[in-house]
Design a protein around this ligand. Structure first.
Ligand SMILES: Cc1cc2nc3c(=O)[nH]c(=O)nc-3n(C[C@H](O)[C@H](O)[C@H](O)COP(=O)(O)O)c2cc1C
Length: 363
């Protein structure tokens, strides 16, 4: 409550990106005092074995993660666990540093509880990100690393970019995500087309095998993050490719280019996140789950503002969920509220754990 009455008005009085940087300054300061992070975490985290998720030989203390794009430069990984998350995903990180698109490039559609962003992969590059992750040794929760191509790299060299980012960050990731779905980097979504995806996955999986062979047991699962704008046929093809290459999972979904459900800022360019995305992303999760039948995991993301939203995605087939825009509108207390609500909903429906509820939605 204090967030919505006190903090949010102050943040929303600032330009959206400035507010984001301001929050980051606090998270960075917090991260420099590990005992304070642990103390805050003990207050913000619900510890309950029914929330714990075992996946890819990793233990997630709860299923609620931070979505990619919030900490693009791995600057706040030390402070973020204080908010009670079960895992973090950093990035998107590209091989070379990039400033992104010109500002303004992040907008709040407040009436629609949505964000529109065309940031365009602003990030410090793989070298800096790797150094930050290398120095951060006190991991309280799993950290996924989301990678992409540098926007200035010509399309014909794009696969090398993914390979370079993979190589740079492999050792510091608990899981790795190939972002082929951001709408703000020209040509990125081409990798969702069958032949390009096949090329990308063949090259990346081969390099992943080589790196794992040399890494003495460290084998972070590879995932692909997809857009909510695929047709049912395209979605089926992407999922089939993920299965064929034995990926660890699919993250569904990124932001949408559709303006459905948006009443304000409809002409503002960029990807839409938040409430207008919630049903769309859940439908994508459901389709994937029906096709994969447990052969790979789904991470559900898009418009989660409540435990009910998270539960819908879990019952549709998501083993883990992630939040970004909900955090902006509801504040950090949302993480604990979602976890508490998930426990109540599982108990109501007779599930012994959150994991037991995954994919039970039918339909
Ligand atoms: C400002 C902003 C930046 C984002 N940047 C990235 C990114 O760099 N890489 C990525 O894979 N997804 C990025 N996303 C997408 C989110 O990770 C998420 O998939 C999407 O916002 C839907 O979730 P939400 O409705 O909870 O925000 C970004 C989203 C926002 C709002």
């Amino acid at each position: 409550m204090w967030y919505e009455w006190l903090v949010r008005p102050a943040l929303f009085a600032m330009d959206a990106e400035r507010a984001h940087r301001w929050v980051g300054t606090w998270l960075k300061a917090l991260g420099s005092v590990p005992p304070l992070v642990r103390w805050l975490r003990s207050r913000t985290t619900l510890v309950d074995p029914r929330l714990s998720v075992r996946l890819w030989d990793l233990t997630f203390p709860n299923p609620v993660g931070l979505a990619a794009g919030f900490d693009k430069g791995c600057e706040w990984v030390a402070g973020l666990p204080a908010l009670g998350f079960g895992f973090l995903e950093v990035g998107t990180i590209t091989p070379l540093p990039h400033g992104g698109n010109p500002s303004p490039r992040l907008f709040r559609a407040v009436k629609d509880e949505a964000l529109i962003n065309r940031l365009g992969f602003n990030n410090p590059g793989a070298k800096v990100a790797r150094e930050r992750l290398r120095r951060f040794t006190q991991r309280l929760i799993p950290i996924g690393v989301n990678i992409g191509k540098t926007p200035t790299t010509p399309q014909e060299d794009a696969i090398s970019d993914y390979l370079n980012a993979l190589e740079a960050l492999f050792h510091y990731a608990d899981y790795l995500v190939l972002n082929v779905s951001s709408p703000n980097t020209q040509g990125l979504r081409q990798f969702e087309a069958p032949s390009r995806l096949e090329e990308l996955l063949s090259a990346v999986c081969e390099r992943h095998r080589q790196l794992a062979g040399r890494a003495g047991g460290h084998r972070p699962p590879l995932l692909v993050k997809i857009s909510p704008d695929l047709s049912p046929e395209q979605l089926e093809q992407v999922t089939e490719a993920a299965l064929r290459h034995h990926l660890g999972g699919i993250i569904a979904t990124n932001t949408t280019v559709s303006r459905e459900g948006l009443r304000t800022l409809v002409t503002q360019e960029g990807g839409v996140s938040g409430l207008p995305l919630v049903a769309r992303s859940t439908a994508v999760i459901q389709r994937i789950f029906r096709q994969v039948k447990g052969r790979l995991a789904v991470i559900g993301v898009g418009g989660i503002f409540s435990a009910e939203d998270a539960y819908a995605k879990i019952r549709a087939g998501a083993s883990l969920i992630q939040i970004y825009t909900g955090l902006v509108y509801r504040g950090p207390g949302l993480v604990k509220r979602v976890n508490a609500g998930l426990l109540a909903l599982c108990q109501r429906d007779g599930f012994s754990s959150v994991q037991a509820a995954v994919g039970t939605g039918g339909g």
